[in-house]
Design a protein around this ligand. Structure first.
Ligand code: RAM
Length: 338
């Protein structure tokens, strides 16, 4: 399926170039290859592997771009700064960063900018002073609210709920949790209290143990929201292993390919996510246009190739599109794609 999709993209890209040729091909291809490094939270995260696949598709479409997909082993700011330092020393042309900490990365990002390296963030934002712009997958308010709505629907609005997050320093999870708490203020959630937030640090073993800890500490727990693909898959595994499927439900942000079995086993009713391949593609298209001289400052419109355009807000952030919701009716179909 992935191969089919890739071939289709190739055909679409070839078609676009073909039709542009009679008018003189004014594409984006660079004279000498530019190097863009996509630096994600850590290695071994399938969500980011899918983002990198999209980045490579964008690079092929743009022409003249090499993608370096890299990260540290652990998702910490310290290790991420070391990776970024090395890339600055290698004088890459651009950086697309998913930050493990918004402010700790500012100095290395500023150093990169001083050396002419174009820095943007995606997924988990670098603080505004450290990057040209940030591309969100979707509206932060919507992603937060959606997750509360999903668990409320599953539980009929009744029962204790906890949050199992990634690391406590990660920008994206923290802003989604803030947005969840906003949604939670609505009267319809009065019988569905948020009892605690715990952190699995985007590590499977820690997330699994945190989920087991929640079950022990809160005997009346009915639901868990995990706004991370690592947290939701490990939490769901702990539910199934503990014989709790159908008694405790997990929702949040997951990959259909990793959540399919847990949905079919009843540990998860619904979950959401955007297409990570398209997201990596969109972020790379934006950086490609910046390398071509585009202004991506507040108030400007950025181009995301086949994903269209997005407006950069005053905080230097833009959003790609809407998240999709998955359940047993569609999870198997999308599991073949991402
Ligand atoms: C994990 C990471 C990533 C986040 C997704 C939803 O893979 O924490 O940053 O966007 O989950």
């Amino acid at each position: 399926m992935q191969t089919n999709r890739r071939n289709l993209l190739k055909i679409a890209a070839a078609g676009a170039i073909g039709s542009a040729l009679p008018f003189g091909f004014a594409g984006n291809a660079f004279a000498a290859n530019k190097r863009i490094a996509m630096v994600v939270k850590n290695l071994g995260n399938t969500y980011f592997d899918a983002c990198a696949e999209g980045a490579k598709q964008a690079a092929a479409e743009l022409g003249g771009i090499d993608i370096i997909y890299t990260a540290s082993t652990k998702p910490t700011a310290e290790e991420q700064i070391a990776v970024l330092d090395a890339l600055v020393a290698q004088k890459v042309d651009g950086l697309i960063i998913s930050a493990n900490d918004p402010s700790a990365l500012i100095p290395v990002c500023k150093k990169a900018a001083e050396r002419g390296i174009k820095v943007i963030s995606f997924d988990s934002a670098v603080a505004q002073e450290g990057r040209i712009m940030h591309l969100n997958p979707s509206s932060t308010a919507l992603i937060g609210a959606k997750q509360v709505q999903m668990i409320a629907k599953t539980l009929g609005g009744k029962g204790e709920v906890a949050i199992l997050s990634a690391a406590s320093t990660m920008t994206n999870q923290n802003s989604w949790i803030e947005a969840m708490k906003e949604e939670w203020k609505k009267p319809e959630y009065k019988d569905m209290p948020l009892v605690t937030t715990v952190y699995g640090d985007d590590q499977d073993d820690k997330s699994y143990r945190e989920m087991q800890g929640l079950v022990k500490s809160f005997p009346n727990l009915k639901g868990v929201i995990s706004p991370t693909t690592i947290g939701i898959r490990s939490g769901a595994k702990a539910i199934v292993d503990g014989g709790l499927a159908g008694k405790i439900f997990i929702t949040g942000l997951g990959l259909p390919s990793e959540m399919k079995d847990y949905v079919l086993k009843g540990a998860c009713d619904t979950f959401a996510i955007w297409n990570p391949i398209e997201y990596g593609y969109a972020a790379t298209m934006v950086l490609g246009s910046i390398l071509n001289g585009a202004d991506a400052g507040p108030g400007k419109t950025v181009k995301m190739g086949k994903k269209g355009e997005a407006m950069v807000a005053d905080n230097g952030e833009a959003a790609m599109g809407e998240p999709f919701v998955f359940d047993k009716s569609n999870v198997e179909k999308f599991a073949k794609i991402f």
